[in-house]
Design a protein around this ligand. Structure first.
Ligand SMILES: Cc1cc2nc3c(=O)[nH]c(=O)nc-3n(C[C@H](O)[C@H](O)[C@H](O)COP(=O)(O)OP(=O)(O)OC[C@H]3O[C@@H](n4cnc5c(N)ncnc54)[C@H](O)[C@@H]3O)c2cc1C
Length: 418
């Protein structure tokens, strides 16, 4: 069968990998000049089953309201976009109930655990160099109440496969010496031994190169303008470089997925939520971080990536603009440096690279995998803040669905509502 993958982010490229492996003729189309130039480029790099909780969660509406208009708040909804997102926002609010939050979290967790396994298999087969760090991840807390709530939530997820260990401040310092004296101000932490870190761009590029060597065609600099359909089937993708036909089509266009689907009357509730990252060399840091640290209260992550360090965070609803906002970058750097003071000098001496990307966020906080009302059109999109984590597993599942095979996990809450 010939299959056209629309989008060469980490989700599209991994879908190409699994479909090629299944023996299909695969072509990938993307408007950028390289793979993984959208959200998959300089994201946090953490593969974390520990962060599968959707942002639509109890307590979030109150927090978002209290942050309105605050330029350095972790989540910022720009007033100008509110009229455009009321429908998406209404569904987001609906999904903040205890019941829906739990169901959506469990669906993501199922997929994340499957994805971790797929990551291991892909690594074994392809032997990729992508700054992999398997030291786990640490979440730190300043308030006893937040720590206690998180510990009991993680305990309740243990029977479903989430692996975590609560730590005292001195245990946090033991496993992450880079915290130094900051550990004294902590209530404690939670360690997630199965989480890992790696460069999503390097990984995607490595997989794409492997696919190319094995016959997959990547047509880059190719902007997909629309999908033409007749008699209930997609016939071709019209692009700025001609039209392309296939037996089946997979949409993996990240935050831009709705644009091609809307004219087909397929409504995918995805809205872009902008985040930023700041990356700089870590060689001047005398006591560099061993693992990813996620700060529960100040809402940023500090991630060691090979010989670099990346600070990442911010959720800004501001349409499709991808210019990194300096105020928001400065706010998360300030927060990170307040916890890792030894990093101040290396940061001041370095020329940090600022980047912004658009997370494809659904109101449920779960991705959309598999079938659409058009039988030869499939989805692998809407992975929110977890697209890197869920990439290998989602692509494996979508490839099974395209191949008319039974998916390996229960897909409840992971498909488009009919
Ligand atoms: C700041 C930040 C930090 C993050 N940290 C993490 C993390 O630590 N762990 C984690 O698991 N996830 C993280 N994420 C989320 C993750 O990066 C995304 O969920 C994931 O990259 C989405 O991948 P994608 O392939 O769906 O989209 P993208 O990578 O955006 O790819 C979509 C592709 O479609 C192409 N495209 C779109 N429209 C068209 C068109 N009309 N024609 C042709 N091509 C088109 C684009 O060029 C792009 O290449 C983070 C995201 C951000 C922004």
């Amino acid at each position: 069968m010939k299959i056209l993958i629309l989008g060469a982010g980490v989700l599209g490229t991994m879908t190409a990998y699994y479909l090629q492996k299944a023996g299909h003729e695969v072509e990938v189309l993307d408007s950028a000049s390289d793979v993984a130039q959208g959200a998959s480029y300089a994201n946090g790099g953490i593969v974390h089953a520990s962060e599968v909780m959707p942002w639509s969660q109890p307590g979030m509406p109150r927090k978002i309201l209290s942050w309105l208009g605050n330029e350095s708040a972790p989540v910022l909804v720009r007033y100008s976009v509110i009229p455009r997102i009321w429908r998406w926002g209404f569904h987001f609010l609906k999904n903040c109930s205890d019941h829906r939050f739990r169901n959506n979290t469990l669906a993501n967790l199922r997929l994340a655990l499957h994805s971790q396994q797929c990551f291991k298999e892909v690594r074994q087969e392809l032997n990729l160099d992508y700054d992999l760090n398997t030291n786990g991840a640490l979440k730190i807390f300043r308030k006893n109440e937040s720590l206690d709530n998180a510990v009991s939530f993680n305990e309740s997820m243990r029977e479903f496969g989430m692996n975590s260990r609560a730590l005292s401040p001195s245990e946090c310092l033991q496993i992450e010496p880079a915290l130094g004296e900051s550990s004294e101000f902590l209530a404690g932490g939670i360690f997630f031994p199965d989480d890992e870190v790696g460069d999503s761009y390097k990984f995607t590029r490595g997989v794409a190169n492997y696919c190319k060597r094995n016959g997959t065609v990547f047509r880059l600099n190719t902007d997909i303008v629309r999908l033409e359909h007749s008699q209930g089937k997609i016939e071709r993708a019209i692009t700025t470089r001609g039209s392309f036909s296939a037996d089946r089509y997979v949409v993996a266009l990240g935050a831009r997925s709705p644009f091609l689907l809307r004219p087909l009357k397929i409504h995918v509730p995805i809205y872009p939520v902008k985040g930023v990252s700041i990356t700089f060399p870590s060689d001047l840091w005398p006591n560099p971080a061993r693992m990813a640290t996620i700060d529960d209260e100040l809402v940023y992550a500090l991630v060691p990536l090979g010989n670099r360090v990346r600070i990442v965070g911010s959720a800004e609803i501001t349409n499709y603009n991808t210019t990194p906002d300096e105020t928001r970058c400065a706010a998360i750097v300030k927060n990170a440096l307040s916890v890792f003071p030894d990093l101040k000098e290396p940061f001041n001496k370095a020329k940090p690279t600022l980047w912004a990307g658009l997370r494809p966020v659904t109101p449920t906080g779960t991705p959309l995998l598999g079938e659409t009302p058009i039988p030869n059109l499939f989805l692998n999109t809407g992975h929110c803040h977890q697209g890197w984590t869920l990439s290998c597993g989602s692509a494996q599942i979508v490839a099974d669905i395209v191949n008319e095979q039974r998916p390996k996990i229960d897909l409840e809450h992971l498909v488009l509502d009919s």
